[in-house]
Design a protein around this ligand. Structure first.
Ligand SMILES: Nc1ncnc2c1ncn2[C@@H]1O[C@H](COP(=O)(O)OP(=O)(O)O)[C@@H](O)[C@H]1O
Ligand SMILES: [Mg+2]
Length: 556
């Protein structure tokens, strides 16, 4: 591949075959064997022109540019003669290494402004790494640079994503491109063990085809178009953000097993400037402790961001939802500084993604039932297409999940079935839930499509039946106690002046409307189970509070 003399090359290679390594070497070779000061004869223009001098590397992520430049610098540092030629080497505003003779290599990553920064440049050699993960506008901005002169060289490399965009066309349709196609198996260090490990990681057929075999596979129908997703990438870091009093917040949680970890996404909405912004993202993954740690994290995030809504995926999180609700209800009578904020967690909403949601058909004005999953996904898609979503440029995981998300099939009733890409969909699910919260709860979003009544279903305690799939840690112990209640005591748990219809329990499920209010009688006397579970959950939550006070953290 290094010897190939074609000036249009495309490398379609599986993971870890050396795409980036080859680019680094190729770039280095070009850098030290050309000079803008040398004159060269341009056969097309029939005149002497300036020599080649500029290489441009463009990748979807900053980390990839960093890696390539890191490798180039490593190689330069190995050779004192080469090192002596370097005039300057910087990482901002973009990566650049310049030699004394004026030859230079520039590195860009795509993103909200990626294409913009490329536009003003010129280049003699253009390299696109992981090209199939770049959005079309960025690629077009780069390809425009090929017009600079007739001998500009182009080297593209990627694992296929399944889309039928530029990369596919370069490989399949363009006769002027030299294509190299190798699956990961040709790696000399390929072994049955490596194969087994990779199978585990790329566990879908499409994932394996794309990432390992470097095959295009079936054409995927992306749910989120790359150009809109790219537009949403903005240069900020989640850890630098603090609560903005002008924004309202929603938390979305995708509850998972230990292997995938529970994902929490906090999204803000700016009502006057009209945009959504992902402000924090957490993965909670602790051996034997995931569920408890996730609840603890939620309590912490709730105190920091004080969101208006918390939406949780009900499938895996049913038991946790109950514990959180209980925590919120209890906090109403607590006296510590965060009591009021904690109490809001009683309004946590569990979303059953296989249920239906009632919406008003805008054309007929009639109520129609829509399946929840496509409803929430389409809501998120619309937000991206409106260009009003922002997430961190450095959040590569979310980007990969967004552009990898596809429609696997549409079943007979017209309901789409979604499939995660090679990078999964759990962060994405949490984001989708947080966006759904605004859609369901905020009148400014509700107006066009909804009636104002949200249908609730399920009573407090309904989730118990699902506990067998719920968790991996001591939540089980707590719940065992709930299910094996001890004899009740007569000690009242709730202050006697409590009489208002306060706690609204909402879960999307069958579509039946149940808005429950709890009076002290209900709390203390309606059944043994509840009384007992009150106590058990209280014990459990006491340990949380201890933990919370000890730990502190941002906003405490
Ligand atoms: N020709 C080679 N010989 C030995 N090791 C290599 C070679 N090319 C790449 N590598 C190593 O293989 C690993 C993967 O290479 P990389 O360029 O990151 O792959 P890709 O970009 O295709 O995923 C790196 O650790 C790299 O140093
Ligand atoms: Mg690479």
């Amino acid at each position: 591949m290094l010897r190939c003399s074609s000036n249009r090359k495309v490398f379609r290679l599986g993971r870890r075959l050396g795409k980036s390594e080859i680019m680094a070497i190729k770039a280095l070779h070009f850098l030290f064997n050309n000079s803008p000061k040398a004159q060269r004869w341009d056969s097309y223009r029939q005149e002497w022109v300036q020599g080649f001098g500029t290489i441009m590397v463009v990748t979807p992520f900053l980390s990839q540019v960093k890696n390539i430049f890191g490798r180039i610098k490593e190689l330069i540092d190995m050779n004192p003669e080469l090192k002596a030629e370097v005039k300057r080497s910087v990482a901002t505003p973009f990566h650049a290494i310049e030699l004394h003779n004026g030859a230079k290599i520039l590195g860009f990553s795509a993103g909200a402004n990626g294409a913009e920064s490329v536009r003003g440049q010129k280049a003699d050699f253009i390299m696109l790494d992981e090209m199939d993960y770049l959005d079309e506008p960025s690629i077009e901005a780069v390809l425009a640079l090929l017009m600079e002169h007739s001998e500009v060289e182009l080297l593209c490399a990627s694992t296929p994503s399944g889309r039928r965009e530029y990369f596919y066309r370069f490989c399949k349709d363009r006769m002027d491109f030299k294509e190299f196609h190798f699956p990961s198996h040709v790696n000399p260090s390929w072994s049955p063990q490596m194969e087994a490990e990779l199978r585990e990681f790329y566990n879908t057929e499409a994932g394996w085809q794309h990432e390992i075999l470097a095959e295009f596979g079936e054409a995927v129908t992306s749910v989120f178009q790359t150009k809109y997703v790219s537009h949403a990438r903005v240069d900020y870091r989640y850890e630098d953000l603090i609560k903005n009093p002008e924004m309202s917040y929603a938390i979305g949680i995708d509850w998972n097993d230990q292997e995938n970890g529970t994902k929490i996404v906090v999204t803000g909405w700016h009502p006057t400037r009209q945009y959504f912004k992902v402000v924090q993202k957490e993965t909670i993954q602790k051996v034997g402790w995931t569920q408890t740690a996730a609840i603890e994290k939620l309590i912490q995030l709730n105190r920091i961001w004080q969101p208006d809504y918390v939406y949780v995926d009900q499938g895996y999180g049913a038991t946790q939802i109950e514990v959180i609700k209980r925590f919120g209800l209890d906090a109403k009578y607590a006296k510590h500084d965060y009591a009021q904020v904690d109490a809001r967690l009683a309004n946590i909403v569990g979303i059953n993604s296989s249920s239906n949601v009632e919406v008003i058909d805008p054309t007929t004005g009639e109520k129609v039932k829509k399946p929840m999953k496509p409803f929430m996904v389409e809501n998120a898609v619309r937000r991206f297409e409106q260009g009003i979503v922002q997430f961190s440029l450095y959040d590569e995981e979310l980007y990969q999940q967004l552009i990898g998300y596809s429609i696997e099939k549409v079943n007979a009733s017209g309901k789409p079935v979604y499939a995660a890409g090679p990078h999964g969909d759990h962060d994405l699910d949490a984001l989708i839930l947080s966006l759904l919260a605004f859609q369901m709860e905020t009148s400014e979003f509700m107006k066009p499509e909804f009636n104002a009544t949200i249908t609730f279903s399920g009573n407090f305690g309904d989730g118990k039946g699902e506990r067998q799939i719920a968790g991996d840690d001591d939540l089980h112990d707590v719940l065992d106690k709930i299910n094996n209640p001890k004899p009740r005591t007569n000690t009242p748990h709730i202050r006697s002046d409590y009489n208002a219809a306060t706690a609204k329990v909402s879960m999307f499920g069958t579509g039946r409307q149940v808005v429950r209010s709890y009076s002290p009688e209900e709390f203390n006397n309606d059944d043994r189970g509840r009384l007992s579970s009150n106590r058990v959950q209280r014990e459990y939550l006491k340990s949380f509070r201890k933990g919370m006070n000890r730990r502190g953290g941002r906003g405490f």
